[in-house]
Design a protein around this ligand. Structure first.
Ligand SMILES: C[S@@+](CC[C@H](N)C(=O)[O-])C[C@H]1O[C@@H](n2cnc3c(N)ncnc32)[C@H](O)[C@@H]1O
Length: 619
């Protein structure tokens, strides 16, 4: 069977020029184009080229994959995306934006624009030029200017990878040629560079640089753990990246905003977590300090990018004084139908910049959330929560016994039979999987726990002691030593090679109220065993059983569920996050002792809570 064209190209992914030549030549042949453009000529594989057979093979895979369809521009962008290696995608956040999103962003940013001689639009992380292509098309439609003029005067792009800039040139050149606007040479304003430190004045020779009317794009989403040392260092220039673990998309708001002319507009598709996250704290404050006119169209749990678990929103940021944020959460397919009146407005003065913005779709929900948060005391002041343990290799440390005797557990793992000393094991449950109290017994597993606990202090077993006192467990973990060393990508040194990846929740005394971290609807299960460990979920910890029973009843209510589902981060298919960051502002009504007894005994929790919170819940 013919290999598909993506796989075919991946064999050459180390040679960007060859890959680009194959894609360009295939496009030109399949579309029957003739071109004297020098840049495109440079990529053409002719009949006498040493790569001619490779091109023939590639054309075969395209015919098999796309049938009689000729290659179009979206195919071209997809092919360019596919050939970026997975490793580079992680470090540079390369993921490409679907056409309908690009079209909407560009159209909205061009709305009402007066496109004069010095009108300039930029994408400061342009990839292979998808946004710039869309912008060129719309500018051409609106002004009738030639593509050569648009490329020379109106479109600007930068990307950190030289192959991205090369591909943007190819894409824009091919588009102009297809439109019948052949030129031997197009004069592009496209630069290879790091936007975190890029000097536009230097690059364009314009001092001081006057800025852009529009900045659009899809900045890279890269968690700080995946950033290069150089990127981490250059983040320091941007005040918005100063809180929490930065993500690379966050400074792109500030960079883009500061590059705008006085009445300019920024239009981005980005991850939506900055609305509430700790690493979005400085950014939220920045928007408020700048009194930026901000529009957020949040796609919630929908996944707009193919093959990527990323939750996104569109943001439009205007350099003109405004009171606050206009917001809507909606399906991405509906953006074309949105009217300004559909968005709800929130004043910066009313939003909690350090704690996270509570943005919702209707006044009713907004009033509900405010009422709940204004009741009693905030959850964060009343309860201690813990996340489960993190060995970072649970399938090595954890097991379900297939047998036991007085001294040993027996189990199977990775195709082998193993035995370990009972004395070094602790009970553990997956807090994500608990549905009923009975699950504490039914779903109980064992975990090797190479630590001692004395007066609340958890200490790793010294290696000679571990080896001598627990030889079977030591031998078992030794067999996986190399694999354990791959945790944290091998970058971290642990207190011992057999230590857990993180030192968290290894000795959580007290009663625990377990619930999942990410779920459709949370289940709550109380555990009274102080020794019990847990993973994957969260526990509220307390010595006071009655307090736990009370908060359990509150958290199980429809009132709480309505609150959390309207204020949490949502994931795909209706999943919500129950992490502390989303629970912290939940107002816990301060019940009297008598009310606690009533709450615990009542058959109608909802009516009781509605009365306490002064709310009627319409579900
Ligand atoms: C999410 S992709 C967006 C590509 C394109 N704008 C689109 O949506 O189709 C992000 C791009 O940012 C580039 N990039 C990553 N870090 C960068 C930096 N510091 N400066 C400029 N570009 C960067 C990557 O190479 C990648 O092409």
């Amino acid at each position: 069977m013919q290999k598909n064209s993506y796989q075919y190209l991946s064999a050459f992914s180390g040679d960007a020029h060859l890959v680009d030549s194959l894609i360009t030549s295939a496009f030109i042949r399949l579309n029957g184009l003739q071109t004297a453009n020098l840049l495109l000529q440079n990529y053409l594989i002719g009949d006498d080229s040493p790569h001619h057979d490779t091109l023939t093979g590639f054309l075969g895979t395209i015919a098999a994959q796309f049938g009689t369809d000729i290659l179009n521009f979206e195919h071209l962008i997809e092919l360019f995306e596919f050939v970026v290696s997975p490793a580079e995608k992680v470090v540079n956040g390369a993921v490409y934006t679907p056409a309908y999103i690009r079209e909407y962003i560009v159209q909205r940013t061009l709305e009402g624009a007066d496109i004069g001689e010095d009108y300039r639009l930029a994408d400061i992380a342009c990839g292979c030029g998808g946004f710039l292509l869309t912008a060129a098309q719309q500018l051409h439609e609106r002004t009738g200017l030639s593509y050569a003029d648009i490329y020379r005067r109106h479109l600007y792009g930068v990307d950190i990878m030289s192959y991205s800039i090369a591909r943007t040139r190819i894409l824009l050149s091919l588009w102009a040629v297809c439109a019948g606007e052949e030129e031997p040479v197009f004069d592009f304003q496209l630069f290879e560079g790091n936007s975190l430190i890029f000097d536009w004045g230097l690059a364009t020779g314009e001092q001081p640089f006057a800025g852009f009317d529009v900045v659009v794009g899809n900045p890279p989403y890269v968690a700080s753990r995946n950033m290069t040392a150089e990127t981490l260092a250059s983040l320091e220039r941007w005040s918005v990246a100063g809180t929490g673990h930065p993500d690379l998309y966050i400074p792109f708001f500030q960079i883009g905003f500061e590059l705008l002319k006085p009445r300019g507009i920024l239009g981005l598709i980005t991850v939506n977590t900055f609305i509430k996250s700790i690493n979005g704290r400085a950014l939220r404050q920045y928007f408020a300090d700048e009194q930026a006119d901000l529009v957020i169209i949040n796609f919630g749990g929908e996944q707009v990018f193919r093959d990527r678990n990323t939750y996104t929103c569109l943001c439009f940021l205007r350099r003109q004084a405004a009171e606050g944020v206009a917001y809507i959460r909606c399906d991405s397919q509906l953006i074309g139908e949105l009217a300004d009146e559909d968005l709800l407005r929130f004043d910066y003065a009313e939003l909690d910049h350090p704690g996270g913005w509570n943005l919702v779709n209707t006044l009713e929900i907004q009033a509900f959330v405010n009422q709940v948060e204004g009741t009693g005391r905030p959850f964060k002041q009343l309860y201690v929560t813990k996340n489960g343990i993190a060995t970072l290799k649970n399938d090595i440390y954890k097991f379900t016994p297939t047998g036991e005797d007085a001294d040993y557990y027996y189990f199977q793992n990775r195709g082998g039979e193993h035995q370990v000393e009972k004395r070094i094991c602790r009970d553990i449950v997956n807090a994500n999987k608990l549905r009923t109290p009975g699950d504490l017994a039914d779903r109980r597993e064992k975990i090797i726990f190479p630590y001692t606990v004395a007066s609340g202090m958890v200490s790793i077993l010294p290696e000679p002691v571990f080896r001598a006192d627990y030889p079977q467990a030591y031998a078992y973990l030794s067999a996986f030593r190399a694999e354990l060393a791959t945790r944290d990508k091998g970058r971290k040194t642990y207190e011992a090679w057999y230590a857990y990846g993180r030192r968290q929740s290894m000795d959580v005394r007290g009663h625990k109220l377990f619930f999942p971290h990410i779920c459709e609807r949370p289940n709550f299960v109380i555990c009274q065993e102080p020794e019990m460990l847990f993973y994957n979920g969260i526990a509220i910890v307390s010595e006071n059983m009655r307090e736990l029973l009370v908060i359990k009843k509150v958290l199980e209510s429809a009132l709480f569920f309505k609150y959390i589902s309207n204020s949490t981060k949502d994931y795909a298919s209706g999943y919500i996050s129950m992490s502390r960051n989303y629970l912290k502002n939940f107002g816990v009504y301060q019940f009297t002792e008598e009310e606690k007894t009533q709450l615990l005994e009542t058959e109608d929790t909802e009516a009781f809570l509605e009365q306490c919170y002064g709310i009627v819940i319409n579900i």
